[in-house]
Design a protein around this ligand. Structure first.
Ligand code: HEC
Length: 150
């Protein structure tokens, strides 16, 4: 019985990775996941239109964040950890965003090879699938364009 369950678990993980290679996440499902983020984040475009969230500013504005360099919001006071990672060339690719969202400080420590570093984002997404879905949702907001013009 136990063996059956573990085999099934590994199988669904494999199926998920195969899916993720074709297209990363489901943007519609990601819109629901973003409710967990809007206590700290908004998505506001360059004209000041609020595309997602309300008015929370605990975290950076996520407009144009995805697909481009980390620490993109010039108005936000980023942690030393995320600033150092951005200086080292961190880009918000699907893999990086999905890993970061599941453990922001752990991700920065691994990226910088420095176990003393801390990030300011104290929230973690529990499931890789939710992380992929919210990635797809946020990727709609100017990321590619912002990456191209930067
Ligand atoms: C408790 C508040 C809080 C919550 C909830 C939160 N974040 Fe954050 N987030 C932050 C802060 C603060 C930072 C800046 C981190 C730093 O400077 O180290 C950040 C940074 C980020 C970044 C990097 C942005 C950049 O400009 O490089 C992304 C992407 C991000 N958050 C996405 C999310 C998503 C998606 C969610 C929801 C699943 C979420 N956050 C939930 C506070 C939060």
């Amino acid at each position: 019985m136990f063996k059956l369950v573990t085999t099934f678990g590994a199988g669904s993980l494999l199926a998920f990775s195969a899916m993720a290679q074709e297209s990363v996440g489901d943007a519609a499902a990601g819109e629901d996941v973003f409710r967990q983020c809007q206590t700290c984040h908004v998505v506001v475009d360059d004209e000041g239109n609020t595309l997602a969230g309300r008015n929370a500013r605990t975290g950076p504005n996520l407009y144009g964040a995805i697909g481009g360099p980390a620490a993109h919001d010039a108005d936000f006071n980023y942690s030393d950890g995320l600033t150092a990672a951005a200086e080292a060339g961190l880009e918000w690719t699907p893999e990086n965003v999905i890993a970061y969202l599941q453990d922001p400080t752990g991700f920065l420590r691994e990226y910088l090879g420095d176990s003393g570093v801390r990030g300011k984002m104290t929230y973690r997404i529990r499931s890789e699938e939710d992380a992929a879905n919210v990635y797809a949702y946020l990727a709609q907001f100017g990321g590619e364009e912002a990456a191209a013009t930067n």
